[in-house]
Design a binder for this molecule. Structure first.
Ligand code: CU
Length: 477
């Protein structure tokens, strides 16, 4: 069994430096690139493309290599030599979510670089770190909701040698309504409401009901089916690239071993269901039973019945039709599993030099979202004052105090942080770049100030970001 798969890998990956291979229709298009300093840079294009969603033609955007490959795969510490071409009719900028680039290559327009205008391009060249399951997405306006995002996988030497099949699962949400119309509806005047956080409202989720929830660009009406082997080991690289939807990843009859959060290794824990907030990633190892079969890998939308997913299937196994709505609504994501995690490579043990409190706030009547009473102007971010000042070499804690009943997935650019406190309870948790702060909860993370510049920290619900839930971390010169 093993040798036959190895042969398949070898033949199908000829010319791809013997790299891990992706078998399915979607991921077959995800080639690996390895570049040397002499080689021409990899070209990546922001383009429009067409998907069929719910039986209708959907014009969406995407990040493709000229051969149709979605996104990029690279190898740890290789040069990230990429020419990004804008083939859209609007300016754009792409953020490499999970990497630690130098500040001026981080892809935030108005903070770290100017926008890339239509038919112009931008060149990137920095060492690809850290290894792991990452992704890339537009950081301009609401473009991410048009699916201007893609996987960004950084392999390390261990995952290229292991006899493990790697499968990328990229979850996104999609609406036929253009993002600017969705946003206008969210901001339309509503009946008098007290500011959130003062109204004692019940916990809440899902500002936007999307038309479809996608796994590798498909719904469960016509899911992606990945061929696996009986008794095979599979590493699921699962990405939540949604603009406004948290999920529970559900492995059905399989049990998985969670081995990484946001690309960074954690001490393995076994479960069959894993919370996955917007912009987070998990790597989960599963073992296909000796008898084979087909195995759904689902994402269950938070606090509702919608679901999406892919199937792992051995040869000849039939796929059980799975509806796009489950029978029982899910609940809200919690930090119960998060509090059990610990990093394989935690921060060194040393005292925190400074703690910055970031109070997360909302005003539903105006649909404004704030940090420390400031509605951040994302369309002119360079004019905003930085709320967190750090010095190179400091250990910095960010305490997110959520004063709203809604959860916020908070992302810090350019760094990884350790989760060090949940609701007043200290822990040495996972390393991550995105943490869910549930409604009315307080979560503290700590990072080492080791990447100078001006960095975004923001809610990754795109509608909250657009409505002001962002701040800047600035290194003193
Ligand atoms: Cu938010």
């Amino acid at each position: 069994m093993k040798s036959s798969r190895r042969e398949f890998l070898t033949s199908a990956s000829a010319g791809l430096a013997g790299a891990a291979l992706y078998h399915d229709r979607y991921a077959a298009a995800l080639g690996l690139f390895q570049v040397s300093p002499q080689a021409a840079p990899v070209k990546l294009q922001a383009v429009t493309r067409t998907l069929e969603i719910n039986g209708k033609s959907a014009s969406v955007w995407g990040l493709l290599q000229p051969n149709g490959t979605q996104g990029l795969q690279s190898v740890y510490n290789q040069p990230f030599r990429v020419v990004l071409e804008n083939k859209l009719t609007e300016p754009t900028a792409i953020h490499w979510h999970g990497l630690y680039p130098p500040n001026n290559e981080d892809g935030v327009p108005g903070v770290t670089q100017p926008v890339i205008r239509p038919n112009e391009s931008s060149f990137y060249n920095f060492p690809v770190i850290p290894a792991g399951t990452h992704w890339m997405h537009s950081h301009e306006g609401l473009q991410e909701a048009r699916l201007l995002s893609a996987p960004l996988i950084v392999h390390d030497s261990s995952d290229q040698s292991a006899d493990v099949q790697q499968v990328i699962v990229f979850f996104r949400d999609f609406s036929f309504t253009p993002p600017n119309e969705i946003y206008s509806q969210l901001r339309a005047p509503k009946k008098a409401m007290a500011p959130m956080g003062k109204m004692g409202a019940k916990p809440d989720a899902n500002d936007v009901n999307y038309d479809a929830y996608l796994a590798n660009d498909r719904t469960l009406d016509d899911p992606d089916v990945v061929r696996v082997e009986k008794s095979g080991r599979v590493r699921l690289r699962i990405i939540n690239g949604s603009s406004g939807t948290n999920y529970f990843v559900d492995l059905g009859s399989l049990t998985g071993e969670l081995i990484a959060t946001d690309g960074l290794p954690v001490k393995p824990i076994r479960a069959s269901r894993f919370p996955l907030a917007i912009a987070q990633r998990i790597d989960v190892m599963v073992q296909i039973p000796p008898g084979g079969g087909s195995f759904p890998i689902l994402a269950l939308r938070e606090a509702s019945r919608e679901q999406t997913g892919i199937f792992l299937a051995t040869a000849g196994a039939s796929i059980t039709r799975t509806p796009v709505k489950g029978t029982t609504p899910t609940g809200l994501l919690t930090l119960d599993q998060e509090s059990q995690l610990s990093a394989v490579t935690p921060l060194t043990t040393k005292p925190v030099d400074q703690t910055s409190v970031l109070r997360l706030q909302g005003n539903m009547a105006k649909y404004q979202w704030m940090i420390n009473d400031i509605v951040f102007n994302v369309n002119n971010p360079g004019t905003e004052k930085s709320q967190v000042q750090v010095k190179m070499g400091q250990r910095v804690a960010l305490r997110f105090v959520n004063e709203t009943p809604m959860s916020h997935p908070m992302h810090l650019h350019g760094h990884a942080f350790e989760v060090v406190e949940i609701n007043g309870r200290p822990l040495r948790g996972a390393m991550r770049d995105t943490i869910l702060v549930p409604g009315n909860a307080t979560v503290t993370v700590a990072f080492d100030a080791n990447n100078p510049g001006l960095w975004f920290v923001h809610c990754h619900i795109i509608w909250h970001l657009e409505a002001g839930m962002a701040a800047l971390v600035k290194y003193e010169a």
